[in-house]
Ligand binder design. Sequence first.
Ligand code: PAF
Length: 337
Amino acid sequence: MDGAGAVAGAAGRRAIARPLRVTIVGAGAMGSLYGGRLADAGHRVLLYARRAEQAAALRERGLTIEELDGRVTTRPVAATADPGEAAAGADLLIVLVKTTDTAAALGPFRGRLGADALLLTLQNGLGNEAAIRAALGEGIDLALGTTAAGALTVGPGRVRHTGAGPTTIGYPDRGVDGRLAAVAAALSAAGLPATATGRIAGAVWAKLLVNAAINPVTALTGLRNGELPETPGLAALLRGIVAEAAAVQRAAAPETVEPGDPFERVLATCAATAANRSSMLQDIAADRPTEIDAINGAIVALGARHGIATPLNAALVALVHGRESSVVSRQSPEGTG
Ligand code: PAF
């Protein structure tokens, strides 16, 4: 099958031995990396961007990836800003928009997805399932996932692959079936090593704890991930943030707690993605809203519900929102005087 995968229908009842028709919702750095890899592997990939000019530029110039080993590769890519075209006939829609954009990006897909279409969100944070179901309605088939891969937009239609790392996917409401295993196999064959699991909530929480420590502290300091533990005082801060978040997890979702020390996972991620500028630092640097509410904000809200104090996480939420507003005030005419 020339590297392309096979997929089974919604109940695993129908195996389709052909390349997947994949729509990537969100043509940012991570969406472009996933789209480019899957296109290279022979799948029919369509990148969905909300801005028509972005989709047109991708169609005209193709998609360029600066690879981890320094090679630069360009491939033609199909792109659209038309949700009808993006939804039509898609087997798999991979959602890689920021959590702040879920409703705006997916709302236009409502009522347009095929009965057998699978949505896979690889977004950071908690609450993505609810946000996607609110945008699309309850009838959709949804898988959740996490990825440790990193990417950075370096120009229009050009991304840098900044870190290799595993992808984990799973249904929130049932175990692994043939279709999900086929999606994981297709991602792996495309150079995005992926595993399908029946315990995706554990993976989502584990990633949440890593993001809760790394993302706001890099966003506020401007440091790269690998610099955090080396900087005086910051290792202790990371440890404190994770301890609060882990206490909330134990109270709110004890069944999701994975073995091992979550602070060690933070340190391991800092080491594995040492050269990365975290997604939240990229957002602050590009004057975009951050995902702080879906990450530390979600921990604070759940902590309040379960009587767990989260002063460090609450402070980070306030500070990052302050940082976002200072970006806005710098841009306003009053802020320039
Ligand atoms: O959001 C991010 O940047 C990433 O999830 C991670 C793992 C922190 C690496 O930069």
